[in-house]
Design a protein around this ligand. Structure first.
Ligand SMILES: Cc1cc2nc3c(=O)[nH]c(=O)nc-3n(C[C@H](O)[C@H](O)[C@H](O)COP(=O)(O)OP(=O)(O)OC[C@H]3O[C@@H](n4cnc5c(N)ncnc54)[C@H](O)[C@@H]3O)c2cc1C
Length: 426
């Protein structure tokens, strides 16, 4: 049997999605992978990110490098009694259900969180520096004809160009690669969701002093009317990551998505909440920023010819289920599996079509259920409101289907779709 043809893949964007994919592709003898990143270095905002069990599994399957990078930074709930708990949802309003547990969501591995910048640092140090190109802001892509196998040309803002046989757009919610996939009429841009959030990382000893040991050292979601506060340990238990979400902020007029705010705004939003909420606000930074939450309306497809979208570029979601980075990581696993099966450049188009078919429905459902779980958590969903029995039922449903997807089965399905696709020359 002839050796598979070697080809080049350009990954646009070096966030969690782009880097996990590129590390996976490094393992494939038929692929030469390069990352083009618009920033002058890889970087992330230094806050927490929760990695759900499905995404933990995907990291282990993509490559030993992604598994090691995660293991180096992963932080569990600190108490053995919370080992399998993703989060404990608690009522945060003063009144009848004050402090009552709504649901404790349990799964095989429990909550595992990372400090974003440190996790990204672990990924970066495992990627060869000569394959990472910085200050390369992609503007446009020339794809001669979707059926040809001539190289694609990438045009960067600095006037330089590069060529590749396949392009993966991992360039986030403001993706430029999206313009090479969708026509002008199909253009889809970020959508403001009417929610904002505020985030801080605080030293664990301070958090324990204010919240008590059990609350501070394990993942909790404090729920109440129109808001919620999510908190979980990061940095191997040295710090507590806090994210306060306001689900009732209908308008966003500022030109940027992050604006300065302060604790008075938090106190106003959380009027009538309990002592734990007051404690969480006390812990947060005095001049905390306010972040506008956007997601992406459903795209009609994720690829055109040999250009494909992944992660936030394809399906940016609200953070209410902790799945944005997680779904980008699942994308990496499926793309690696499909690209590994390409024997010639002709197969790339079939691989990307199969990726679209295998991943679009699941990733778009995450966007939908994430919004829904935000509304449930904020006691705003019609027919459910603050009825904690109904909240438990609905929240459990929103999570279990995401966590329990068999990723080997997803890969098998994707490979079958690739074989069925027109143009696949196996
Ligand atoms: C408040 C908040 C909390 C969150 N919490 C969680 C959580 O707990 N769990 C979870 O799984 N997810 C969470 N997310 C979502 C998660 O952060 C994103 O889904 C994830 O980072 C997306 O990764 P990505 O690689 O697709 O895109 P990004 O991280 O946006 O990376 C895109 C990269 O592309 C580069 N780039 C952009 N344009 C270009 C260009 N034209 N040319 C070259 N490079 C370019 C950027 O500089 C960047 O490095 C949260 C999000 C927010 C806002």
């Amino acid at each position: 049997m002839p050796a598979p043809e070697r080809f080049t893949v350009a990954v646009i964007g070096g966030g969690i999605g782009g880097l996990t994919l590129a590390l996976g592709l490094l393992e494939l003898p038929n692929i030469s992978v390069h990352i083009y990143e618009k920033a002058k270095a890889f970087g992330e905002v230094g806050l927490g990110v929760n990695i759900a069990p499905n995404s933990q599994q995907a990291l282990a399957k993509i490559s030993p490098k992604t598994e090691e990078a995660f293991a180096a930074e992963a932080t569990h709930n600190l108490w053995p009694s919370h080992a399998n708990s993703f989060t404990t949802n608690v009522c945060g309003m003063q009144g009848v259900d004050d402090g009552k547990v709504i649901t404790r969501q349990v799964n095989a591995t429990g909550a595992r969180s990372v400090h974003r910048a440190k996790f990204l640092g672990q990924l970066v140090k495992r990627f060869p520096s000569e394959r990472a190109h910085f200050n390369k802001c992609l503007m446009t892509i020339d794809q001669p004809d979707v059926r040809s196998t001539d190289k694609l040309t990438l045009h960067f803002k600095d006037g330089s160009t590069a060529s590749a046989d396949a392009v993966v757009g991992a360039d986030g919610i403001h993706s430029h690669v999206r313009n090479a996939v969708l026509s002008r009429e199909e253009h889809v841009g970020p959508h403001y969701t009417g929610c904002v959030c505020f985030r801080s990382i605080v030293p664990m000893p301070e958090a324990v002093r204010v919240l008590g040991k059990e609350y501070a050292e394990n993942c909790h979601l404090l729920c109440g009317e129109k808001a919620a506060i999510f908190s979980y340990p990061v940095e191997h238990g040295e710090s507590l990551n806090i994210i306060m979400m306001d689900f009732d902020h209908p308008h966003w007029d500022a030109p940027t998505w992050i604006v300065p705010s302060d604790k008075n705004e938090l106190k106003r939003i959380l009027k009538g909440w309990n002592k734990t909420a007051e404690g969480l606000v006390e812990l947060m930074d005095t001049n905390v920023d306010k972040w506008a939450m956007h997601d992406l309306p459903h795209l009609p497809y994720y690829h055109k010819g040999r250009v494909v979208l992944m992660g936030d570029a394809a399906h940016a979601t609200t953070p209410f289920q902790g799945q944005g980075a997680g779904q980008a990581i699942e994308d990496s696993l499926t793309l690696k599996t499909l690209l590994a099966a390409c024997e010639t450049k002709h197969d790339i188009r079939a691989a990307f079509r199969a990726f679209d078919l295998a991943r679009r429905a699941r990733t778009q459902s995450v966007v939908t259920t994430s919004r829904r779980s935000g509304a449930i958590t904020g006691m705003m969903l019609e027919g459910i409101g603050s009825d904690i029995g109904k909240m438990k039922e609905e929240l459990d449903m929103c999570y279990q289907w995401m966590w329990n997807r068999d990723l080997d089965d997803q890969n098998r399905e994707a490979l079958l779709l690739m074989k069925e696709a027109e143009g696949y020359h196996a």
